[in-house]
Ligand binder design. Sequence first.
Ligand SMILES: [Zn+2]
Ligand SMILES: [Zn+2]
Length: 353
Amino acid sequence: MAGPDVVRCRPAAVTMRALRLDFDTRRLELADHPEPAGPGDGDVRIRLLECGVCGTDRGVAEFECGSPPAGESALILGHEAVGVVDALGPGVTGLETGQLVVPMVRRNCGPLCAMCRRGRRDNCLTGEYVERGILGLHGYLCELAVDQADDLIAIPSELADFAVLVEPASVIEKAWELALRLHPGEPRSVLVLGAGPIGILAAWCALRNGFEVTVVSREAEDSTRALLLKRHGARYARSLDGVRADVVIEACGSAELAMAAMGVMRRLGVLILLGARPAEVRLPSLDMIIGNHIIAGSVNASREHFGMAVRRLRSYDREWLAGLLHRLPLSQAAETIFTPRPGVIKAVHRISD
Ligand SMILES: [Zn+2]
Ligand SMILES: [Zn+2]
């Protein structure tokens, strides 16, 4: 005898709004996307509040780098995020619902390499890591995300308005620490190439540490960025003429300008590359040897650098920080990624709008 018919009832997938880059159709659009499953053991679900966009998002959106999660054709963009803890999975300690958090970007390789095991996934040895919103993992230009508790940085509520700057500021903390560690002498002057958000944060960091700071960028002397930097104590110039520096931080994307800046670097000088795009450049090898010069690249940041970024941002005048940010609705994120808005230093998208 046949048993009763079993009615299989599958609830409709619950979806959220997300800025998705489809690698098959090559379209970037705000669309419905299934909410993430979980939180499972050790996981935390976060409700995203804001997400900044930067040149990396543009590089991914132009298919220069990045990839969707394995088995999927689309990637949710966004890696400079702030959210609140919305639900805790079993076994999570140290976080409570309602806590403001910033997620780190990179996730460990597996099996763990020696650096990932030491908590330095930013210096992963294998290159088999994944990165939220960039490489193989969905990002945060969406409503909900699930992360391991270990991947989140708790943010004090007083920094809520500026927490979206923690991720970019963490990149500067790592670069700054690296520059000082590599320089064998007593560096006093810093040249920052580029007056974007990373360049401005680098200049502020150097100023706070008592360095003499020059920023060289292409914006006019009376542009918002140039005026802001001068007001805060940096020298601003549109060429390298007359500049001398012990440390150069490249945050402009130009390998040509970075190489030219080697020519104004003092002996023992250190050049840190953060965003220079590949280019055929002439390496001034003899000057480098005679000057004991060092060139280093730096990417991503460790948990410690995120913590340092939180402390650094808390030490800045709130007016300085407010001057960097321009908030826009999520619906305009695709546009912002492809077309930087004139006068906007850092575009930040509110998720709930
Ligand atoms: Zn970024
Ligand atoms: Zn690794």
